[in-house]
Ligand binder design. Structure first.
Ligand SMILES: *Cc1c(COP(=O)(O)O)cnc(C)c1O
Length: 428
């Protein structure tokens, strides 16, 4: 992190230092490109871009274009719209693929995240009598837990037997890499699927997806990731890492708006297997002959095969506005700022902590993290969170005792971090 060293002298908990860091930030102009919610006449300190990303100012224009074409053309907009709706999803593919390190043919925007997890497990969780276990992280996001449990039940296995959950060690918050790899190895004879969050939503820990994928494959299992907290937050190389499948939402780091269209990835190696089991719909049928309306399903040779329905154009239009910004900035510049911003936030929290009897504990690892810091405020609980809200800070609260702060490189500033520190100091 040479860029960290360059700015080390500026890593001070002062307004001047924060403003100097902002002035040197190559991405400083991007904040202006988003609508920032207000609190008592000034910008809030928005720390929840990991939950719902902010609205780019260009989103309305992308949506308006489709509304106009709908008004003008009605059904003929499928062909005559400026961006014909028939192939609208294709407009998102290349940019999305770049963000997750995938080939375009491996990437598809469709449905919602949990729906995509299920659709992909239909193809990639194929339990047999001897190989039926799924390995996941303990306390995964609830929707993922329900999805895994219901898949296991659906196939007639017992959850207690088939679901292997890897937990942090006693007294620790995050998982040790070696413990994940050991659990994979210990279950190698019965393991059908390894399915983890690429970034843990609670602690912000980034897993080593490459080595987990290698270990899973060595054990004879399929490896999939839920990238809800990874896509648009950390650098991903899904294709090179040989990940089998992945799914993510786009309304968190990818700013597509509430309930925005989700993404899915299927590795190229699986795309040529035409008889892979799947739940099919007409949009997964070969485009060239889709409208012959034949009764025999002819699968697309790309991740488009998993599409069921025609594209949700309005939701995708909103997503395009944000993907255009990501494309302009690129994940290299984004993660470079992200590392710096979160390290600055960490320094400020630690500085205040030292003044306040160490009542705070950052449970996010120092390395292997994206832009989120999860903070336990010992002895304060949810009251502290409520007071932060009253003071114009919007973090989020995760039971039982964690405040999550995401320092989003596109629209958070170093001054935000400083101001947050001052408010925190006042409240503790
Ligand atoms: C946000 C999130 C979800 C949400 O699922 P939806 O289907 O988009 O409602 C699921 N899993 C993880 C890990 C998440 O972070």
């Amino acid at each position: 992190m040479s860029h960290l060293a360059d700015t080390k002298g500026l890593f001070q908990n002062t307004l001047d230092a924060a403003r100097t860091l902002d002035s040197k930030d190559p991405l400083k102009n991007y904040r202006e490109r988003f609508f920032m919610p207000q609190h008592e006449g000034r910008d809030v300190i928005y720390f929840t871009g990991n939950s719902l990303g902010l609205q780019p100012k260009t989103t309305q224009g992308f949506l308006q274009q489709e509304l106009n074409d709908w008004a003008k053309f009605g059904v003929e907009g499928h062909f005559l719209a400026q961006n014909p709706w028939l192939s609208y999803h294709e407009l998102l593919t290349d940019k999305m693929a770049k963000i997750v390190g995938a080939l375009p043919e491996e990437t598809i925007m469709m449905n919602q995240l949990t729906v995509n997890l299920h659709l992909l497990m239909v193809s990639f969780y194929r339990p047999t009598k001897s190989r039926y276990k799924i390995l996941c992280e303990a306390k995964a996001f609830p929707s993922d837990q329900y999805a895994l449990q219901s898949q296991i039940k659906f196939h007639g296995y017992a959850i207690a037997d088939a679901l292997v959950e890897v937990s942090p060690r006693e007294g620790e918050y995050h998982l040790r890499e070696e413990d994940i790899l050991k659990a994979i190895d210990e279950n190698k004879d019965a393991l059908a699927l390894v399915m983890l969050g690429g970034v843990n939503y609670f602690t912000g820990q980034v897993f080593d997806m490459k080595s987990i994928t290698e270990a899973g494959h060595k054990a004879g299992a399929i490896v999939g990731f839920d990238l809800a907290h990874a896509a648009g937050n950390v650098k991903l190389e899904l294709h090179h890492w040989q990940v089998d499948f992945a799914a993510w939402c786009s309304y968190k780091y990818l700013n597509s708006g509430p309930g925005g269209v989700a993404g899915a990835f299927v590795h190229q190696a699986h795309l040529t297997i035409t008889d892979l089991p799947l739940f099919a719909g007409w949009w997964g049928h070969d485009k060239k002959t889709r409208f012959l309306m034949d009764s025999t399903f002819v699968p697309m040779q790309s991740a488009e095969r998993w599409q069921l329905s025609n594209a949700p154009v309005l939701s995708m239009a909103a997503c395009r506005a944000s993907l255009a910004i990501f494309d302009e900035v690129g994940m290299d510049a984004l993660t470079k700022k992200s590392e710096l911003l979160v390290a600055y936030l960490e320094m400020i929290v630690e500085d205040i902590n030292a003044q306040k009897n160490n009542c705070l504990q950052i449970i996010t690892p120092k390395t292997n993290r994206g832009c989120q810091l999860s903070i336990v405020a010992n002895g304060y609980g949810k009251a502290l969170y409520n007071k932060l809200i009253d003071n114009g800070v919007i973090p989020d609260w995760r039971e039982p005792n964690v405040i999550r702060c995401a320092a989003i490189p596109l629209y958070n500033t170093f001054e935000d971090m400083y101001r947050f520190g001052e408010i925190l100091k006042k409240l503790l």
